[in-house]
Ligand binder design. Structure first.
Ligand SMILES: Cc1ncc(COP(=O)(O)O)c(C=O)c1O
Length: 493
């Protein structure tokens, strides 16, 4: 048998001969080029014909025999009978695309969302001011955490999270958010997304219905759909989430995801009466309310309205928070606050469902909160973001006319600028993207039959020096679509 090709050039650089021989033989067997049952030359003969040491051949044969590609019998070494695919008809070695795909659930849940680089563009929502991050204080806490680290911090994180962080957070939420929280009620997660995923998997069963706000946070839909829940869109009106009688009767929920303190993305604040009504109906329906308090830290208009979680001690509410915006999204740390009745079981189940980690970062964060750095940072950023929003408002009014319709400024890091029907928000976003802006279309957060037309303008990372230019570019994008009009923009549906 002619086997010269086994070591024919070109040979990969710096790879030992025995490895090349092994790889080429294996490839020939798995591709069917050497058919099952083929008797290979004896090691001595093959070594002589390839002009290499016998040990080199021995290594390759032994390795392939151990892997099951070759079999030794009385006559010698043969290619084993393996269940091989027939060679592809075309010369393209890639499998047909349809064969390699995500689950139907994942494909249906997919919502294209800009990430990475796009997040740093002017107007990209949900992005904090990276330039104002307290690098030095954070580094000191991280170094301290590493200095004091023992082997325990190298393993999975403790169930529920690092005890020091749970305690620091409970204290912070009690003093700053007015929630009476004990450390045992806190479960540390890898951000909101992991928290929502855990709620979907641990509080609902496959096929249960999860309500999401419409317009609402797209990633919540994705988390629930991927967990096998039926996602049902509930309309948002001028005061926040507004389920109808039909929603309650025709789509009884198991999970109700809400952002009552500052609806995302419209910025509506759910009045107390509606909060209490929602709690009551959720109890009757046997549903869990998942309260994402995402935007509460950066309030401008007085203290945040009381969280649903704190309204009634035994309410079926889990409270979700994150450090993505108050510190940085890549930290991937967030938390859930749970009613006493389920806190212990939930924390234990988290270990099975997630294998939590980031023990060092958790310790550093606990220290960061304990030393007062976190509160000081929040205070500083609140003032900075408030000034930035003011500057953005006046630049928008100057560019689009005083009647421009803005909402959502009571808290958070973005404003919504409503557009009249004649100017499509998705078209504006396309034009703006060409100018390097990360603005998002309000309609992209909205599901039919609801209709919203506007721009979600993040200003967290919009430094004062770039704000005027960014607004000018945005105005250019809008005007190019409202040619012939005077440029004044007004209109909420
Ligand atoms: C409503 C809402 N909640 C939470 C988050 C943060 O998610 P995470 O903690 O997974 O980064 C975002 C980010 O944009 C958001 O818009």
């Amino acid at each position: 048998m002619e086997l010269d090709w086994l070591l024919a050039p070109p040979l990969p650089e710096a790879m030992p001969r025995q490895r090349v021989l092994y790889l080429r033989l294996r490839e020939a067997i798995l591709s069917g080029r050497l058919s099952p049952g083929t008797l290979l030359p004896a090691t001595r003969r093959l070594a002589a014909s390839l002009d290499i040491a016998r040990n080199t051949v021995l290594f390759a044969y032994e390795q392939l025999t151990a892997e099951g590609c070759l079999q030794a019998d009385r006559q010698g070494t043969r290619v084993a009978s393996l269940a091989l695919r027939p060679a592809p008809a075309s010369s393209d070695p890639r499998p047909p695309a349809a064969a390699l795909r995500l689950s139907a659930r994942a494909m249906a849940a997919w919502a294209p969302e800009p990430a990475g680089e796009v997040a740093a563009l002017p107007f990209a929502p949900g992005t904090p001011d990276y330039g104002a991050f307290p690098f030095r204080a954070w580094r000191a806490c991280l170094e301290g955490a590493w200095r004091d680290a023992g082997w325990r911090q190298l393993g999975y994180a403790e169930h529920g999270g690092d005890p020091a962080l749970r305690a620091a957070l409970a204290g912070h939420l009690t003093t700053v958010r007015g929630l009476a929280v004990e450390p045992a009620q806190v479960v540390i997660t890898s951000g909101t997304q992991a928290a929502l995923d855990l709620c979907a998997r641990l509080l609902a069963d496959h096929g249960d219905t999860a309500w999401v706000e419409n317009p609402g946070y797209l990633a919540a839909r994705v988390a629930f759909a991927l967990a096998g829940l039926q996602v049902h869109d509930v309309p948002v009106d001028g005061e926040g989430v507004a389920p109808s009688e039909r929603d309650w009767c025709d789509h009884p929920p198991r999970l109700i995801m809400v952002t009552p303190s500052h609806q995302y993305p419209t910025g509506r604040v759910l009045p107390l009466a509606r909060r209490l009504a929602l709690l009551e109906r959720a109890r009757q329906a046997g549903a869990w309310i998942v309260e994402d308090d995402y935007d509460s830290e950066f309030r401008r208009a007085g203290p945040a309205p009381p969280a649903l979680f704190g309204l009634q001690p035994d309410a079926p509410v889990v409270y979700v928070g994150t450090f993505s915006k108050t510190l940085y999204p890549g930290l991937r740390l967030g938390y859930l606050v749970l009613p006493h009745a389920i806190a212990g079981d939930f924390a234990r189940a988290t270990v099975q469902a997630m294998r939590p980690g980031q023990g060092i970062e958790q310790r550093a964060l606990a220290d960061f909160i304990r030393r007062g750095y976190y509160t000081a940072h929040l205070r500083r950023m609140r003032a900075r973001y408030a000034a930035r929003q003011l500057a953005l408002r006046s630049a928008l009014k100057a560019a689009f006319g005083p009647a421009v319709e803005l909402s959502g400024g009571e808290a958070g890091l973005h404003l919504v600028m409503w557009l009249p029907e004649r100017i499509s928000d998705t078209e504006v976003v396309k034009q703006a993207a060409e100018q390097g802006l990360g603005v998002r279309a309000l309609s992209s957060y909205t599901r039919a039959p609801m209709r919203c037309n506007g721009l979600v303008l993040g200003y967290g990372n919009l430094a004062e020096g770039t704000l005027a230019d960014a607004v000018r570019q945005l105005a250019r994008a809008v005007r190019s679509l409202s040619a012939g009009k005077n440029g004044a923009v007004r209109g909420r549906p």
